[in-house]
Design a protein around this ligand. Structure first.
Ligand code: UT7
Length: 333
Protein backbone atom coordinates (compact mmCIF):
# COMPACT_ATOMS: atom_id res chain seq x y z
CA UNK A 1 0.00 0.00 0.00
CA UNK A 2 1.22 3.51 -0.82
CA UNK A 3 1.24 6.34 1.72
CA UNK A 4 -1.38 8.97 0.84
CA UNK A 5 -1.60 12.56 2.01
CA UNK A 6 -3.03 15.98 1.32
CA UNK A 7 -0.92 17.90 -1.20
CA UNK A 8 -3.13 20.96 -1.59
CA UNK A 9 -6.07 22.64 0.12
CA UNK A 10 -8.59 25.33 -0.77
CA UNK A 11 -11.76 26.77 0.66
CA UNK A 12 -14.54 29.16 -0.15
CA UNK A 13 -17.42 30.79 1.71
CA UNK A 14 -20.09 32.97 0.10
CA UNK A 15 -19.67 36.70 0.66
CA UNK A 16 -23.03 37.40 2.37
CA UNK A 17 -22.73 37.37 6.17
CA UNK A 18 -25.63 36.79 8.56
CA UNK A 19 -24.85 38.07 12.06
CA UNK A 20 -26.51 37.31 15.37
CA UNK A 21 -27.94 40.83 15.24
CA UNK A 22 -29.57 39.97 11.90
CA UNK A 23 -31.07 36.82 13.43
CA UNK A 24 -32.52 38.87 16.31
CA UNK A 25 -34.74 40.52 13.70
CA UNK A 26 -35.88 37.17 12.26
CA UNK A 27 -36.64 34.97 15.30
CA UNK A 28 -36.99 35.33 19.08
CA UNK A 29 -33.30 35.09 19.95
CA UNK A 30 -30.42 37.30 20.98
CA UNK A 31 -26.67 37.59 20.54
CA UNK A 32 -26.01 36.72 24.17
CA UNK A 33 -27.92 33.39 23.97
CA UNK A 34 -26.32 32.38 20.68
CA UNK A 35 -22.82 33.34 21.78
CA UNK A 36 -22.91 31.66 25.18
CA UNK A 37 -24.68 28.48 23.95
CA UNK A 38 -22.79 28.02 20.69
CA UNK A 39 -19.87 30.45 20.30
CA UNK A 40 -21.24 31.50 16.90
CA UNK A 41 -21.19 35.21 15.99
CA UNK A 42 -21.85 35.07 12.25
CA UNK A 43 -22.20 32.68 9.32
CA UNK A 44 -21.94 32.97 5.53
CA UNK A 45 -25.01 32.38 3.40
CA UNK A 46 -25.19 31.55 -0.32
CA UNK A 47 -27.38 33.89 -2.33
CA UNK A 48 -30.68 32.68 -3.72
CA UNK A 49 -30.00 30.79 -6.93
CA UNK A 50 -26.42 29.86 -5.98
CA UNK A 51 -26.18 26.06 -5.78
CA UNK A 52 -23.74 23.88 -3.84
CA UNK A 53 -21.72 23.14 -6.98
CA UNK A 54 -20.68 26.79 -7.23
CA UNK A 55 -19.16 26.67 -3.72
CA UNK A 56 -17.48 23.35 -4.53
CA UNK A 57 -16.02 24.75 -7.74
CA UNK A 58 -14.55 27.79 -5.99
CA UNK A 59 -12.93 25.67 -3.26
CA UNK A 60 -11.70 23.15 -5.83
CA UNK A 61 -9.89 25.64 -8.06
CA UNK A 62 -8.08 27.00 -4.99
CA UNK A 63 -7.04 23.50 -3.88
CA UNK A 64 -5.86 22.55 -7.39
CA UNK A 65 -3.81 25.76 -7.65
CA UNK A 66 -2.30 25.11 -4.22
CA UNK A 67 -1.37 21.55 -5.21
CA UNK A 68 -0.24 22.64 -8.69
CA UNK A 69 -2.43 19.96 -10.19
CA UNK A 70 -4.48 20.48 -13.36
CA UNK A 71 -8.08 19.27 -13.65
CA UNK A 72 -7.01 16.82 -16.39
CA UNK A 73 -4.81 15.02 -13.88
CA UNK A 74 -7.74 14.19 -11.60
CA UNK A 75 -8.75 10.52 -11.52
CA UNK A 76 -11.67 11.02 -9.15
CA UNK A 77 -13.78 13.89 -7.81
CA UNK A 78 -15.79 13.33 -4.65
CA UNK A 79 -18.25 15.69 -3.00
CA UNK A 80 -19.29 15.08 0.59
CA UNK A 81 -22.53 16.86 1.43
CA UNK A 82 -26.11 16.64 2.71
CA UNK A 83 -27.21 19.64 0.61
CA UNK A 84 -26.46 18.59 -2.97
CA UNK A 85 -27.63 20.54 -6.02
CA UNK A 86 -30.13 17.78 -6.83
CA UNK A 87 -31.31 14.41 -5.48
CA UNK A 88 -29.48 13.29 -8.61
CA UNK A 89 -27.26 13.66 -10.61
CA UNK A 90 -24.40 13.81 -8.14
CA UNK A 91 -22.95 17.25 -7.49
CA UNK A 92 -19.47 15.75 -8.01
CA UNK A 93 -20.36 15.14 -11.68
CA UNK A 94 -21.40 18.76 -12.10
CA UNK A 95 -18.21 20.02 -10.42
CA UNK A 96 -15.94 17.69 -12.41
CA UNK A 97 -17.53 18.89 -15.64
CA UNK A 98 -17.13 22.54 -14.68
CA UNK A 99 -13.49 22.00 -13.72
CA UNK A 100 -12.78 20.21 -16.99
CA UNK A 101 -11.75 17.03 -15.16
CA UNK A 102 -12.39 14.96 -18.25
CA UNK A 103 -10.70 11.75 -17.10
CA UNK A 104 -12.23 11.74 -13.62
CA UNK A 105 -14.82 9.45 -12.11
CA UNK A 106 -17.19 11.35 -9.84
CA UNK A 107 -19.60 10.60 -7.03
CA UNK A 108 -21.15 12.10 -3.91
CA UNK A 109 -20.84 10.63 -0.44
CA UNK A 110 -23.20 11.44 2.41
CA UNK A 111 -22.10 11.04 6.02
CA UNK A 112 -23.40 14.26 7.58
CA UNK A 113 -20.84 16.42 9.32
CA UNK A 114 -18.39 13.49 9.34
CA UNK A 115 -18.48 13.55 5.54
CA UNK A 116 -15.04 15.01 4.92
CA UNK A 117 -13.31 12.33 6.97
CA UNK A 118 -15.41 9.56 5.39
CA UNK A 119 -14.43 11.06 2.04
CA UNK A 120 -10.76 11.28 2.93
CA UNK A 121 -10.80 7.62 4.01
CA UNK A 122 -12.59 6.54 0.83
CA UNK A 123 -10.61 8.69 -1.59
CA UNK A 124 -7.26 7.74 -0.12
CA UNK A 125 -7.97 4.01 -0.54
CA UNK A 126 -7.97 4.42 -4.33
CA UNK A 127 -4.48 5.89 -4.17
CA UNK A 128 -3.14 3.55 -1.47
CA UNK A 129 -4.02 0.56 -3.65
CA UNK A 130 -2.46 2.09 -6.76
CA UNK A 131 -5.74 2.35 -8.68
CA UNK A 132 -5.61 6.16 -8.92
CA UNK A 133 -2.92 8.81 -8.56
CA UNK A 134 -4.87 12.00 -7.86
CA UNK A 135 -8.20 12.42 -6.06
CA UNK A 136 -10.04 15.66 -5.28
CA UNK A 137 -12.23 15.56 -2.18
CA UNK A 138 -14.64 18.38 -1.40
CA UNK A 139 -16.69 18.83 1.77
CA UNK A 140 -19.37 21.40 1.06
CA UNK A 141 -22.76 22.55 2.31
CA UNK A 142 -25.52 25.04 1.56
CA UNK A 143 -27.42 24.28 4.76
CA UNK A 144 -29.06 27.71 4.62
CA UNK A 145 -31.31 26.17 1.96
CA UNK A 146 -32.40 23.34 4.28
CA UNK A 147 -32.94 25.42 7.42
CA UNK A 148 -36.38 26.35 8.74
CA UNK A 149 -35.81 30.07 9.21
CA UNK A 150 -38.69 30.18 11.71
CA UNK A 151 -37.07 27.59 14.03
CA UNK A 152 -34.77 29.45 16.38
CA UNK A 153 -33.29 26.25 17.79
CA UNK A 154 -31.69 25.35 14.45
CA UNK A 155 -31.56 28.43 12.20
CA UNK A 156 -28.90 30.12 14.32
CA UNK A 157 -26.49 27.21 14.01
CA UNK A 158 -25.68 26.60 10.39
CA UNK A 159 -23.67 28.27 7.63
CA UNK A 160 -22.63 27.66 4.03
CA UNK A 161 -19.14 26.93 2.71
CA UNK A 162 -16.83 24.49 0.96
CA UNK A 163 -13.39 23.06 1.59
CA UNK A 164 -11.34 20.93 -0.80
CA UNK A 165 -8.21 18.82 -0.64
CA UNK A 166 -6.08 17.15 -3.30
CA UNK A 167 -4.88 13.67 -2.36
CA UNK A 168 -1.77 12.04 -3.84
CA UNK A 169 0.99 9.67 -2.85
CA UNK A 170 3.42 11.12 -0.31
CA UNK A 171 6.69 9.95 1.26
CA UNK A 172 6.38 6.67 3.11
CA UNK A 173 5.30 7.13 6.71
CA UNK A 174 3.67 10.50 5.97
CA UNK A 175 0.09 11.38 5.11
CA UNK A 176 -2.91 9.61 6.64
CA UNK A 177 -1.74 7.38 9.47
CA UNK A 178 -5.19 6.23 10.57
CA UNK A 179 -8.93 6.47 10.07
CA UNK A 180 -11.56 5.65 12.64
CA UNK A 181 -15.11 5.70 11.25
CA UNK A 182 -18.38 4.70 12.82
CA UNK A 183 -22.16 4.96 12.57
CA UNK A 184 -25.25 4.40 14.69
CA UNK A 185 -28.36 4.55 12.53
CA UNK A 186 -30.46 4.11 15.66
CA UNK A 187 -29.88 7.81 16.32
CA UNK A 188 -30.78 8.87 12.79
CA UNK A 189 -33.97 10.69 13.72
CA UNK A 190 -32.12 13.00 16.11
CA UNK A 191 -30.84 15.01 13.15
CA UNK A 192 -32.84 14.61 9.97
CA UNK A 193 -34.50 16.22 6.97
CA UNK A 194 -37.58 13.96 6.99
CA UNK A 195 -39.27 15.07 3.74
CA UNK A 196 -38.40 14.97 0.05
CA UNK A 197 -36.89 11.47 0.01
CA UNK A 198 -38.58 8.15 -0.71
CA UNK A 199 -39.90 7.83 2.86
CA UNK A 200 -41.91 11.06 2.54
CA UNK A 201 -41.82 12.24 -1.08
CA UNK A 202 -42.42 15.94 -1.53
CA UNK A 203 -46.11 16.92 -1.53
CA UNK A 204 -47.86 20.17 -0.76
CA UNK A 205 -48.44 18.73 2.72
CA UNK A 206 -44.78 17.83 3.43
CA UNK A 207 -43.77 21.30 2.34
CA UNK A 208 -46.49 22.97 4.42
CA UNK A 209 -45.30 20.97 7.42
CA UNK A 210 -41.68 21.96 6.72
CA UNK A 211 -40.57 18.34 6.45
CA UNK A 212 -38.00 19.42 3.86
CA UNK A 213 -36.09 21.34 6.56
CA UNK A 214 -33.64 20.31 9.29
CA UNK A 215 -35.19 18.76 12.40
CA UNK A 216 -32.87 18.26 15.35
CA UNK A 217 -33.03 17.09 18.96
CA UNK A 218 -30.24 19.47 19.97
CA UNK A 219 -29.46 18.34 23.50
CA UNK A 220 -29.40 14.64 22.50
CA UNK A 221 -26.99 15.39 19.67
CA UNK A 222 -24.92 17.47 22.07
CA UNK A 223 -24.47 14.59 24.54
CA UNK A 224 -23.62 12.17 21.73
CA UNK A 225 -21.13 14.66 20.28
CA UNK A 226 -19.13 15.22 23.46
CA UNK A 227 -18.86 11.46 24.10
CA UNK A 228 -17.99 10.41 20.57
CA UNK A 229 -15.50 13.19 19.79
CA UNK A 230 -13.25 12.14 22.67
CA UNK A 231 -13.62 8.39 22.08
CA UNK A 232 -13.00 8.68 18.35
CA UNK A 233 -9.93 10.86 18.80
CA UNK A 234 -8.39 8.39 21.23
CA UNK A 235 -9.09 5.45 18.88
CA UNK A 236 -7.68 7.26 15.84
CA UNK A 237 -4.50 8.11 17.76
CA UNK A 238 -4.12 4.52 19.03
CA UNK A 239 -4.52 3.16 15.47
CA UNK A 240 -1.73 5.49 14.38
CA UNK A 241 0.43 4.30 17.28
CA UNK A 242 0.45 7.79 18.79
CA UNK A 243 -0.69 9.48 22.00
CA UNK A 244 -2.33 12.83 22.68
CA UNK A 245 1.12 14.26 23.54
CA UNK A 246 2.14 13.73 19.90
CA UNK A 247 -0.63 15.94 18.51
CA UNK A 248 0.59 19.24 17.06
CA UNK A 249 -2.81 20.43 15.88
CA UNK A 250 -6.40 19.34 16.49
CA UNK A 251 -8.95 20.22 13.81
CA UNK A 252 -12.35 19.34 15.27
CA UNK A 253 -15.73 19.60 13.58
CA UNK A 254 -16.95 23.13 14.23
CA UNK A 255 -20.50 22.72 15.52
CA UNK A 256 -20.49 24.45 18.88
CA UNK A 257 -17.65 25.92 20.97
CA UNK A 258 -18.98 24.13 24.06
CA UNK A 259 -18.69 20.76 22.31
CA UNK A 260 -15.14 21.60 21.18
CA UNK A 261 -14.11 22.82 24.65
CA UNK A 262 -15.61 19.81 26.44
CA UNK A 263 -13.96 17.36 24.01
CA UNK A 264 -10.59 19.09 24.24
CA UNK A 265 -10.79 19.02 28.04
CA UNK A 266 -11.66 15.31 28.05
CA UNK A 267 -8.82 14.59 25.65
CA UNK A 268 -6.33 16.64 27.65
CA UNK A 269 -4.98 18.51 24.62
CA UNK A 270 -3.74 22.06 25.12
CA UNK A 271 -6.33 24.60 23.80
CA UNK A 272 -3.60 26.46 21.88
CA UNK A 273 -3.29 23.40 19.61
CA UNK A 274 -6.96 23.55 18.61
CA UNK A 275 -8.28 25.24 15.47
CA UNK A 276 -11.52 27.14 16.12
CA UNK A 277 -13.46 29.16 13.54
CA UNK A 278 -17.06 28.35 14.52
CA UNK A 279 -17.48 31.97 15.64
CA UNK A 280 -17.10 33.19 12.03
CA UNK A 281 -18.83 30.40 10.08
CA UNK A 282 -21.26 28.52 12.33
CA UNK A 283 -21.68 24.83 11.65
CA UNK A 284 -20.86 24.13 7.98
CA UNK A 285 -21.30 20.38 8.40
CA UNK A 286 -19.10 18.49 5.90
CA UNK A 287 -17.31 21.74 4.99
CA UNK A 288 -16.29 22.53 8.53
CA UNK A 289 -13.08 20.47 8.82
CA UNK A 290 -11.67 21.17 5.34
CA UNK A 291 -12.30 24.92 5.68
CA UNK A 292 -10.62 24.94 9.10
CA UNK A 293 -7.74 22.86 7.74
CA UNK A 294 -7.23 25.18 4.78
CA UNK A 295 -7.25 28.23 7.04
CA UNK A 296 -4.70 26.58 9.33
CA UNK A 297 -2.42 25.77 6.37
CA UNK A 298 -2.65 29.29 4.96
CA UNK A 299 -2.04 30.82 8.40
CA UNK A 300 1.20 28.82 8.62
CA UNK A 301 -0.04 26.76 11.57
CA UNK A 302 0.80 23.38 9.96
CA UNK A 303 4.37 22.40 9.13
CA UNK A 304 6.04 19.48 7.43
CA UNK A 305 5.96 16.47 9.74
CA UNK A 306 3.30 17.87 12.08
CA UNK A 307 0.76 15.45 13.51
CA UNK A 308 -2.74 16.70 12.73
CA UNK A 309 -5.73 15.08 14.43
CA UNK A 310 -9.16 15.58 12.85
CA UNK A 311 -12.38 14.46 14.50
CA UNK A 312 -16.05 14.86 13.62
CA UNK A 313 -19.59 13.74 14.45
CA UNK A 314 -22.81 14.27 12.59
CA UNK A 315 -26.12 13.14 11.13
CA UNK A 316 -26.52 9.44 10.65
CA UNK A 317 -25.48 9.36 13.38
CA UNK A 318 -21.89 9.13 12.20
CA UNK A 319 -18.45 9.87 13.54
CA UNK A 320 -14.95 9.94 12.14
CA UNK A 321 -11.40 10.58 13.19
CA UNK A 322 -8.11 10.67 11.33
CA UNK A 323 -4.46 11.23 12.13
CA UNK A 324 -2.40 12.88 9.42
CA UNK A 325 1.35 13.41 9.33
CA UNK A 326 1.63 16.54 7.24
CA UNK A 327 3.56 15.85 4.07
CA UNK A 328 3.39 19.20 2.37
CA UNK A 329 6.53 21.34 2.39
CA UNK A 330 4.55 24.60 2.20
CA UNK A 331 2.34 26.51 -0.19
CA UNK A 332 3.36 26.13 -3.81
CA UNK A 333 1.16 28.79 -5.36
O1 UT7 B 1 -23.03 18.92 13.41
C1 UT7 B 1 -24.06 18.36 14.19
C2 UT7 B 1 -25.16 19.36 14.30
N1 UT7 B 1 -25.78 19.55 15.54
C3 UT7 B 1 -25.21 20.00 16.67
O2 UT7 B 1 -24.03 20.15 16.79
C4 UT7 B 1 -26.14 20.37 17.78
C5 UT7 B 1 -25.65 19.99 19.14
N2 UT7 B 1 -26.45 20.66 20.12
C6 UT7 B 1 -26.23 21.94 20.51
O3 UT7 B 1 -25.29 22.56 20.05
C7 UT7 B 1 -27.12 22.54 21.58
O4 UT7 B 1 -27.99 21.54 22.05
C8 UT7 B 1 -27.94 23.75 21.06
C9 UT7 B 1 -27.02 24.93 20.83
C10 UT7 B 1 -28.67 23.40 19.78
C11 UT7 B 1 -28.96 24.16 22.10
O5 UT7 B 1 -28.32 24.44 23.33
P1 UT7 B 1 -28.89 23.83 24.68
O6 UT7 B 1 -28.05 24.35 25.78
O7 UT7 B 1 -28.95 22.32 24.52
O8 UT7 B 1 -30.33 24.46 24.76
P2 UT7 B 1 -31.75 23.74 24.80
O9 UT7 B 1 -32.09 23.15 23.47
O10 UT7 B 1 -31.82 22.86 26.01
O11 UT7 B 1 -32.70 24.97 25.04
C12 UT7 B 1 -32.64 25.77 26.22
C13 UT7 B 1 -33.64 26.89 26.11
C14 UT7 B 1 -35.03 26.43 25.69
O12 UT7 B 1 -35.97 27.23 26.39
P3 UT7 B 1 -36.74 26.63 27.67
O13 UT7 B 1 -37.46 25.43 27.17
O14 UT7 B 1 -35.64 26.29 28.66
O15 UT7 B 1 -37.60 27.76 28.10
C15 UT7 B 1 -35.11 26.79 24.24
O16 UT7 B 1 -36.43 27.04 23.79
O17 UT7 B 1 -33.23 27.81 25.12
C16 UT7 B 1 -34.30 28.06 24.20
N3 UT7 B 1 -33.73 28.36 22.89
C17 UT7 B 1 -33.36 29.59 22.51
N4 UT7 B 1 -33.42 30.78 23.14
C18 UT7 B 1 -32.95 31.85 22.49
C19 UT7 B 1 -33.46 27.50 21.88
N5 UT7 B 1 -32.93 28.15 20.84
C20 UT7 B 1 -32.85 29.46 21.21
C21 UT7 B 1 -32.39 30.61 20.58
N6 UT7 B 1 -32.46 31.78 21.25
N7 UT7 B 1 -31.86 30.59 19.33
Amino acid sequence: MYSVGIVGTGSYVPEDVLTNADLEKMVDTNDEWITTRTGIKERHIAKEGVPLSELCYQAAIRALADAQVSPEELDLVMVMTVSADYAFPATACIVADRLGAKRAAAFDLEAGCSGFLYGAATGSQFIATGMYRTVLIIGAETLSKLVNWEDRSTCILFGDGAGAAVLQRVDEGYGFLSFELGADGGGGELLIVPGGGSAHPATAETVANKLHTIHMAGSEVYKFAVRVMGETAVKALAKAGLAKENVDLLVPHQANIRIIDASVKRLGISPDKVIVNVDRYGNMSAASIPVALDEAVRAGRIHYGDIVLMVAFGAGLTWGGSVLKWARKGLQG
